[in-house]
Design a protein around this ligand. Structure first.
Ligand code: DP6
Length: 321
């Protein structure tokens, strides 16, 4: 049995839409930061006494659409290794219980790493990234630590992530604002597919996202927080704009999402370098320098409680436990 740990990542330049739904090939490159605070530990054992794959997440049998995705990854690993045994998979998410952040990124990255090693394969991180991508697109980036770029590519082998900078020597922080929601969520998979098929804003999204890759990489390498933050906030706002144009229209924003976005803009007007990003949910993540944490947390405390705030720093890539 092999256990691997993968940390979740937050995209600064978003992946939003597939040009190949089966292979999970995105329309545009994306750029993310792997985080230190949220991670998944996954153990895999290919056991000849099993007559089906047994999959447990947080000690409960996995149900729903996740089962097919896990089996896709396991089938791929069986194909590559020549193993025919079924597997026992046990996955534990280490995320705040109220977060609504349970991330497919860390889950499928950990699964790719643990299952390939358990099957006796010794693959490069690039190959692991390709396998993780078959479970969930954003998982391709969680194989690596620090700042990571996922190359969109044009086929299975050309669509993989690689580090821009694995060991981040920069006091950049990401404050996660956990906004609770009772509302039923549109999954990222369904949300992006609806946008690709129906939003007239989608072609503009792809064009602008791809154009932002180079300037964002330069901003990262120059540790230019203002440019990185502005590009990241733009990417998030443009991604969410596509959802308003979809038919039927939808949004991930909730009232508190807008309140936080506005508070961040106001702090910027006061000269604090802080920028927002939002994924397929209501939570806002604030990009800032650690020296501004205290001020920002104090301001945010007027909208949300202190326990809704989690400060993250750059995190590592795949490790085996
Ligand atoms: C908004 O990777 O969850 O977080 O490939 O369908 O599993 P699937 O989607 P997923 O989408 C992530 C979308 C995003 C942006 C991002 O992480 O780049």
């Amino acid at each position: 049995m092999i256990t691997a740990r993968a940390h979740t990542n937050i995209a600064f330049l978003k992946y939003w839409g597939k040009k190949d739904v089966k292979l999970i090939l995105p329309y545009n490159d994306s750029i993310s930061l792997t985080l230190d605070r949220f991670y998944t530990d996954t153990s895999v054992d290919f056991d000849q006494s099993l007559d089906h794959d047994e999959i447990f997440v947080d000690e409960k049998p996995l149900t729903g659409s996740g089962v097919k995705r896990v089996k896709n990854v396991l089938d791929l690993v069986r194909h590559l290794s020549g193993i025919s045994n079924f597997a026992k998979v046990q996955s534990t998410n280490h995320v705040p219980s109220t977060a609504g952040l349970a991330s497919s990124a860390s889950a499928f990255a950990a699964l790719a790493a643990a299952s390939t090693k358990a099957a006796g394969l010794n693959l490069s991180n690039r190959q692991l990234s390709i396998i993780a991508r078959h479970g969930s697109g954003s998982a391709s980036r969680s194989i690596f630590g620090g700042f990571v770029q996922w190359h969109a590519g044009h086929d299975d082998q050309s669509s993989y992530a690689e580090p821009i900078q694995e060991n981040v020597d920069w006091d950049i922080n990401l404050i996660t604002v956990l906004i609770n929601t009772a509302q039923k969520k549109v999954s990222s998979t369904n949300g992006m597919q609806s946008v690709v098929e129906t939003s007239p804003f989608y072609p503009a999204w792809v064009k602008n996202a791809q154009a932002d890759v180079k300037p964002m990489k330069t901003a990262i390498l120059n540790q230019n927080l203002a440019t990185l933050g502005e590009l990241a906030e733009q990417s998030a706002m443009r991604m969410h704009a596509t959802t308003f144009g979809a038919v039927p229209s939808f949004t991930y924003f909730q009232p508190q999402t807008l309140a936080i976005l506005s508070a961040v803009r106001n702090m910027r007007k006061q000269g604090v370098e802080c920028y927002s990003t939002v994924d397929a949910g209501p939570n806002v993540k604030i990009i800032c320098a650690s020296s501004d944490n205290e001020f920002i947390m104090h301001e945010l405390n007027q909208i949300v409680s202190a326990k809704q705030l989690v400060v993250c720093k750059p995190g590592p890539g795949i490790t085996y436990l």
